[in-house]
Ligand binder design. Sequence first.
Ligand SMILES: Cc1ncc(COP(=O)(O)O)c(C=O)c1O
Length: 425
Amino acid sequence: MTDKMPGFDTLAIHAGAQPDPATGARATPIYQTTAYVFEDVKHAADLFALRTFGNIYTRIMNPTQAVLESKVAALEGGTAALAVGSGHAAQMIVFHALMQPGDEFVAVRQLYGGSINQFAHSFKSFGWHVVWADADNLASIEKALSPKTKAIFIESIANPGGLITDIAAIARIAQKAGVPLIVDNTLATPFLCKPFDHGANIIVHSLTKFMGGHGNSMGGAIVDGGTFDWTRSGRYPLLTEPNESYHGLKLHETFGNIAFAIACRVLGLRDLGPAIAPLNSFLILTGMETLSLRMRKHCDNTLAVAKWLNTHPQVSWVNYAGLEGHKHHALAKKYCPKGAGAVFTFGLKGGYDAGVKAVSSTRLLSHLANIGDTRSLIIHPASTTHSQLSPEQLKQAGAGPDVVRLSVGIEDVEDIIADIDQAIS
Ligand SMILES: Cc1ncc(COP(=O)(O)O)c(C=O)c1O
């Protein structure tokens, strides 16, 4: 390579990877091992005291995982990344590094339903309290802040509705409040949206979706933007105070602009334990090499499907920010100029029964609870993922009886359209 910063596709293929020094293998090997032999006693002691970097045990790090981490960090433009077992594990570890019992964080309601559950119910048992706000109402975010707030959490493109969040405006609120902005960039991927360019401090991913892209492996990632000043407010003791489990080491003082990623690895991942399997790191790495090709086709297909649905007699509305006239179309142009992603919802005039019939009648599209596969996927939230909610809650969640969610794949678009047509007509 030359001194010029490589382009996105070059990074997607090469960042973090090199021929295996032991064997010359060109593809990154799957290092299917739990532990690594120390050179001698001093080497072992230095590794355990964080005086030197190196492999100890696969719960904390692994060479295949390390290539994945470098690639994700390079594509997002962060200082360092940590890969973990799932997107939800990434969120748990991020908040573990930021929160003490009794602390609060602000999250917007326009989020993946699983994250709403994780924040509202499971995090409560750790003593971490979520305060909800509305991504479309900046005043509601400011109002939700308190002296106990440790972070603001948003999705760049929100699941399930494909809504676009005004990252820069919310980053300004976070900066004024002296708290980091965490952006879940799962639906956009760094190919469509670069949250660090708009003021985000931490990015999380479910690598299970478009990053891996083939619906075959679970994974999550945390990316450190390296920009947040952890020392300013004295509110992040895990990063700034002497750490008892590392002989009084102060993580921020020692590791500077990668301190957050280090804290997530050597405290969160070490103690909570949701490591990614080496095989899954390998599969996600392989998927990421074609990220831009896939995302371009996903977005082209999705726009064509959304435009076609918009004219269909059985369809009452289409909620895709890539369509002109959508309330977030201008935000989509600003934050995702290459395309508004591949996940969106639409409404069927026949309501609940029509939704059930549609998902029962597709032949090419798979009826299942996932997104971001090469294959096109469909779900009717009111009869599945959201079936326990009341009619009022369904409406609030954007999952009313008539709502169908699509994750448009990269098959021939004519075949996708023909299948949806026969299912809803
Ligand atoms: C936007 C978003 N974030 C996080 C997650 C959780 O990821 P995982 O299923 O890998 O735990 C999902 C899962 O669908 C998601 O859509």
